[in-house]
Structures are given as C-alpha cells and as structure tokens.
Design a protein around this ligand. Structure first.
Ligand SMILES: C[S@@+](CC[C@H](N)C(=O)[O-])C[C@H]1O[C@@H](n2cnc3c(N)ncnc32)[C@H](O)[C@@H]1O
Length: 221
C-alpha cells in the first residue's frame, strides 16, 4: 500500500481550512443558508464550501471566458465561477430542474451576474450536443447525474480549446469509487468514469482528494 501523506480531515481541521480560504461573499453565504432551509433533503448536492473559491480560482487562473456547467442545482458553483469571469465572459449552466434553478436565478440577480449566465433547462446531454462542435470551451464543471459523466465527457472533450480544463466533482463518491462491493449506482458509475478519464490520451488528468474527490483534466491533444 502507498504511504498516506494526507492530513486526516477532522471537523477542526476542516474549519481551519475554511478559515484560511477566501470567505464566501454575502450572496454566496445567503445561498448556502437558503438552500439548506428551502431544500433540506437536497442541500447536500451543493458544492462543498471550499469548492466555490477553488472554482473561482480556476476560472481566474485559466482566464476562462467560455465556461460550461453540467449540474447547477441552486447555483452556488455557477455563481462563484460567473463572478470570476472577465468582462464579456459567459457561463452556460445546464440542469433539468426549474424549481432548484429558479432559486439560483434569484441569487445570480442579487450578485449582479445574471447577464453572464445562460441557463438551459433540458437533459444535459441534449444541451451539450446542441453546443457548437468546434473547440471553444475554456472550462467545464461536471456535477450532475453520475451515470451521464462519460457521455458528458465525450461531448465536452472535442469542444475544449487546447489547454481547456474539465473539473469533475464527486469522483470518489464517498469512497464507493474504490469499493468493489459497490457494483451499481452512482459509485459504480463514477468508477467507470474514472477509468475512462485515466485512459483518455487527449487529456492530462489528476485526481484530488478535495471534498468528495475532484478531477482536474486538461486537453493536451
Ligand atoms: C450535485 S447537483 C449540482 C450542484 C451545483 N453544482 C451546486 O453548486 O449547487 C446535481 C444537479 O444535476 C441536475 N441533473 C441531474 N440529472 C441531470 C440531467 N440529466 N441533465 C441535467 N441536469 C441534471 C440535478 O437537477 C441537480 O440540480
């Protein structure tokens, strides 16, 4: 077994990490709170709090102008990325839920970024296939149904400009990705996705133990 060098994440250490990250801004904080209040059974779907500043950081780092999000829910990840876009930048947000994304729209309007976000309500695969076929996407964030990840990946990779980034969330699926006794459901779908990503010679990818597992993949061919 390889030597584990990661610090075990305790509640205290997690609080320390959050305290040393950029804080959520007032609209982001309110969105976290209102999502928990309005959708208590689904609030777990929202990206982890350290991921909002990380996604914003990645948008700024790459200078991304064309961002695609697959899986928007109540809009925290889209909000963080849209706020980090340069002038003229656009984020296309894909989801199937009118109800959850109505709440997202309110937060985006309050933050003054609604005009940068193009929300498309339809199965994400249809929306992705309707995007221009040529490479134009700078950064894509995958955070929807896990049984769609491989198909989303296959639609996105050819549309990425050289050096463009795919960020895929929940690639550990609470450890189920590496648990052979899990043979069906999202954990098993994520396992298939991870194999697909690791074998894709068009992309250079790294899997990180951020939150529920985050893969960063860059188009190299
Ligand atoms: C984990 S949540 C996304 C969380 C979001 N990134 C955030 O920061 O709050 C997954 C979302 O994927 C959406 N979804 C599920 N299946 C989908 C599909 N086939 N096409 C598009 N969106 C889908 C769900 O409606 C849900 O809002």
């Amino acid at each position: 077994m390889p030597e584990i060098k990661s610090a075990p994440l305790t509640p205290e250490l997690y609080a320390y990490v959050l305290a040393h990250n950029p804080p959520l801004d007032p609209v982001q904080r309110a969105l976290v709170a209102s999502t928990r209040e309005l959708f208590p059974d689904h609030a777990i779907k929202q990206v982890a709090q350290e991921q909002a500043p990380l996604l914003a950081f990645l948008v700024r780092l790459t200078g991304a102008r064309h961002v695609v999000e697959v899986g928007t829910f109540t809009g925290l990840s889209a909000l963080a990325m849209a706020q980090a876009l340069p002038a003229g930048g656009r984020l296309i947000a894909l989801d199937i839920s009118e109800e959850w994304t109505a709440h997202a729209r309110e937060a985006w309007a309050r933050a003054g970024v609604a005009d940068r976000i193009d929300l498309r309500i339809a199965p994400a695969l249809d929306s992705l296939r309707a995007l221009p076929a040529e490479p134009h996407v700078d950064l894509a964030f995958l955070d929807a149904n896990k049984d769609g990840y491989v198909d989303y990946w296959e639609e996105l990779v050819p549309r990425l400009r050289p050096g463009g980034l795919i960020v895929a969330d929940n690639v550990l699926f609470m450890g189920q990705a590496a648990d052979p006794s899990v043979t069906s459901g999202p954990g098993a779908h994520v396992r298939v996705f991870n194999e697909h990503v690791a074998a894709d010679k068009r992309m250079e990818s790294v899997m990180l133990t951020v939150a529920d597992g985050l893969t960063l993949a860059r188009r190299v061919a």
